[in-house]
Structure formats: structure tokens, C-alpha cells
Ligand binder design. Structure first.
Ligand SMILES: NC(=O)C1=CN([C@@H]2O[C@H](COP(=O)(O)OP(=O)(O)OC[C@H]3O[C@@H](n4cnc5c(N)ncnc54)[C@H](O)[C@@H]3O)[C@@H](O)[C@H]2O)C=CC1
Ligand SMILES: O=C(O)[C@@H]1CCC=N1
Length: 274
């Protein structure tokens, strides 16, 4: 794991070392956070974290008794009440709480742990390779230095977009939090379509994976908008134009994705109700 110039977050506890918590932790260590300053509290952490525990990250099945400078809440939204109930002694007046739990509001976190500095963040799993993007909202108690620390931690996995209103976090969740799943489904569907067209399955999957990954990389590196990159593929009266007529029909990809994102946003809002 490559180390860049280090940074400190004081004593940091990660509550929930699963897919998302583990991906963020990997990003922090790669960005130079001292492994010995981090404690993962999880009765059953992701197997992939074994390597980080060997590198010095602490693992506990119950919360530490000492006050922590930062606590990152990365358990399932439905588990948060129970998991946070053990944090009492670890939360001090100056502790920064960062929650990534979908739908869980700042008010509900304050209800669980008291009036503290709370950042509600929504990362995504490409954080695992430092290619995530995170939306973040800070409550009024988060001062400049805490915001800078939260930004440092979150930006270890990719760019951070601070949003002015908490409601936007549910929208971020529906677009980029859940978004990687939509892209993986696109790759799966493209491979299946290739098989239906007559390709051998393993070859179809290789073509689909590289197409999605290559198009994504081109989109990030290019200064052109996605629409222009799409036009660059589309020869007049060619094959892409024929496919896009299907995908861009009135009931095509755009409206389907709009409905999917709306469903995810609604679910995030439901999770806020408990
Ligand atoms: N997976 C994703 O793509 C994203 C997930 N999130 C949020 O991250 C949070 C975690 O999601 P995942 O990592 O996907 O779930 P996960 O199931 O992979 O990880 C949750 C972890 O919490 C642990 N856990 C359960 N009860 C606990 C307790 N009482 N104390 C400590 N740890 C406990 C589990 O053992 C597990 O390792 C959720 O709130 C989710 O909304 C946010 C953005 C993206
Ligand atoms: O599916 C979920 O609820 C979480 C939040 C965003 C991605 N995974």
C-alpha cells in the first residue's frame, strides 16, 4: 500500500468495518493516516481488513472507553441505534461524528449521541481504489478545523462535494452512493446482450468490463462533456446510432434511470423514518 505524506485525525474509531467502512479505512491508510491511531469496532469485520489489522489498525468488538477525536459511523442504518448505544464513553464534547449511514439524518444522530459536531456524508465503494466521490453536509456545530479534518478524511477516497442542505444528501445517495451498482448492472446487461447476440460468455464479459471501465476513464480524463463523447462514437447512419435509437426512446434509458434514482431517493427518505 503506497503511503503519501501523512496526516493526523487524532484518535479515530470506525464503527462498522464492512464494505463501505473498510473502503474508507483503506483510503485513510493509503493517504498516510497512522494505522495505530485507528480502531475498528465491529464484531465481524470484512475479511479484507485483516491486512490492515496486521499493519497496526486496532480491532475491537466493543467501543473504546477513551474519548475519541473522530468517530465514523458506518453500520447499516437499521443497526445504527443499537451500535451507537455502546459509544457513550467514546463520545466527548469535542468529538467529530461522521455518519455515512444512508437516510439517517443529523437530527437522528444527535438524538442518539447528543448535540455534537456531525457530518453526514455519502461516499461510494470506488473509494476502495481512491476513485470514489463523496457528498457531505455539516451541521452548524462543525467549525472550520473540524470541517477541514472531515474533508481530509473523506477526500482520501476521491473528491468531496459539500452540499448546503441536508436534503441533498438523499439525492447524492441516489445518484453516486448507489450509482456504482447501476454501472455494474450496465456491465452485466451489456455482457448478457453480447451473449444473446452470439458471443461466448467469458469474451462478452471481458468486452463489457473493459468498455465500461475505458469509457469511465475517458470521461474523467477528457475535457469533453459525456454527450460529446457519445457523439464521438456515433457515426451517421452507423451502428451506434441504431442502438441509441432504442436506448434514447421515450421509454428508454433516461426515463428508466430517472425512475431508479427517484426510487433510491424515496428509500433514503424512508430510512430516515426508521
Ligand atoms: N456499500 C455502499 O456502497 C455504501 C454504503 N453506505 C452506508 O455505509 C453503511 C455500511 O454499509 P456497508 O458497508 O455496505 O454494510 P456492511 O454490511 O458491509 O458493513 C456493516 C458492518 O457493520 C458491522 N456491524 C453490525 N453491527 C454492528 C455493531 N453493533 N457494532 C459495530 N459494527 C457492527 C457488520 O459486522 C459489518 O461489518 C450503511 O449505513 C450504508 O448506508 C454509504 C455509501 C455507500
Ligand atoms: O444500498 C444502500 O442503502 C447503500 C447506500 C448507498 C449505497 N449503498
Amino acid at each position: 500500500m503506497s503511503q503519501t505524506s501523512g496526516f493526523s485525525a487524532g484518535r479515530l474509531t470506525l464503527l462498522g468495518g464492512g464494505n463501505m467502512g473498510g473502503a474508507m479505512l483503506r483510503g485513510w491508510i493509503a493517504a498516510g493516516l497512522d494505522p495505530a491511531s485507528v480502531t475498528v469496532v465491529d464484531p465481524s469485520p470484512n475479511d479484507a481488513l485483516a491486512e490492515l489489522f496486521e499493519a497496526g489498525v486496532h480491532h475491537r468488538t466493543a467501543a473504546p472507553d477513551e474519548v475519541q477525536d473522530v468517530i465514523v459511523l458506518a453500520v447499516k442504518p437499521q443497526m445504527l441505534d443499537e451500535a451507537a448505544s455502546q459509544l457513550g464513553a467514546a463520545v466527548g464534547a469535542d468529538t467529530l461524528l461522521i455518519s455515512v449511514a444512508a437516510g439517517r439524518t443529523v437530527a437522528s444522530i444527535e438524538g442518539l449521541l447528543g448535540a455534537h459536531s456531525v457530518v453526514r456524508a455519502m461516499p461510494n465503494t470506488p473509494a476502495l481504489i481512491g476513485r470514489g466521490i463523496t457528498g457531505a453536509f455539516a451541521n452548524a456545530r462543525v467549525d472550520e478545523s473540524k470541517r477541514a479534518l472531515a474533508d481530509r478524511l473523506l477526500s482520501a477516497s476521491g473528491p468531496v462535494e459539500w452540499v448546503p442542505g441536508e436534503a441533498e444528501i438523499d439525492m447524492v445517495t441516489a445518484v453516486s452512493g448507489s450509482g456504482p451498482a447501476y454501472v455494474f448492472l450496465l456491465a452485466e446487461a451489456l455482457a448478457e446482450a453480447g451473449v444473446a447476440a452470439g458471443l461466448e460468455p467469458a469474451l462478452a464479459m471481458r468486452l463489457a468490463r473493459h468498455t465500461v471501465a475505458g469509457a469511465g476513464e475517458l470521461m474523467i480524463r477528457s475535457t469533453d462533456e459525456p454527450a460529446q463523447l457519445r457523439r464521438n462514437v456515433t457515426s451517421p447512419k452507423g451502428t451506434t446510432e441504431a442502438a441509441l435509437k432504442v436506448l434514447m426512446a421515450d421509454d428508454g434509458f433516461g426515463p428508466l434511470l430517472t425512475r431508479a434514482v427517484a426510487a433510491a431517493k424515496t428509500r433514503a427518505e424512508e430510512l430516515a423514518q426508521g
